[in-house]
Design a binder for this molecule. Sequence first.
Ligand code: PRP
Ligand code: URA
Length: 214
Amino acid sequence: MATPADGSPNLQVLDHPLIQHKMSFLRSVETGHRPFRALVAQIAGLMVFETTRTFPTVRVDIETPLEMTKCQRIARPITLVPVLRAGLAMAEGVLEVMPEARVGHIGLLRDEETLKPVTYLSKLPPDLAAGPVLLLDPMLATGGSAARACHLLRESGATDIRLLCLVATPEGVSRLGRDHPDIPVYTAALDRELNEFGYILPGLGDAGDRLYGT
Ligand code: PRP
Ligand code: URA
């Protein structure tokens, strides 16, 4: 079940009990990097159900062991684009349910002083316009990284972009809405605010560090 938040028409908070249950463990300071990685993947996999709901399908004729029948298949190639590093664990979970998806990569680092994103990698399939793109990054904090990633995807021809994150802030959602009003944002949680260092409160800490134990 998805609940649009007031004033942010492009935001859907995925409040399914299973997702919320797993988020409680993800947020806990007591969760080590190995279970943390598994939880990120599991939650991202659960989010796929809602975020792909409007994917176009085509009819196919299939022969069962008994007779011919009509089925539906996803019509267009799907591309996953994790934002390094933290998006990688989400991609693992999404690939579990959509193993046929292609994977592009965007590498961004947030400058610790300015909080602005620095791009260090953009490796994307050449025909991004051929189908929907799921942009994966667990944290939407100031929104600078997501806005930059969407810009890079658009430059490479993507037209149907959907952002999946685990924790978002009102600031990040507004920033993305201003820069890319047509891009839907799906999140497992909408948190209260950013602290003075750009960390999300209550949040879950530094996602990349918690994933990889650095
Ligand atoms: C984190 C996160 C986002 C970004 C969000 O990445 O994965 O990409 O911060 O912050 P923003 O909305 O304020 O731009 P980080 O820069 O820590 O890199 P990492 O994943 O390699 O640790
Ligand atoms: N990036 C993170 O990993 N965590 C935050 O709280 C904000 C940005």
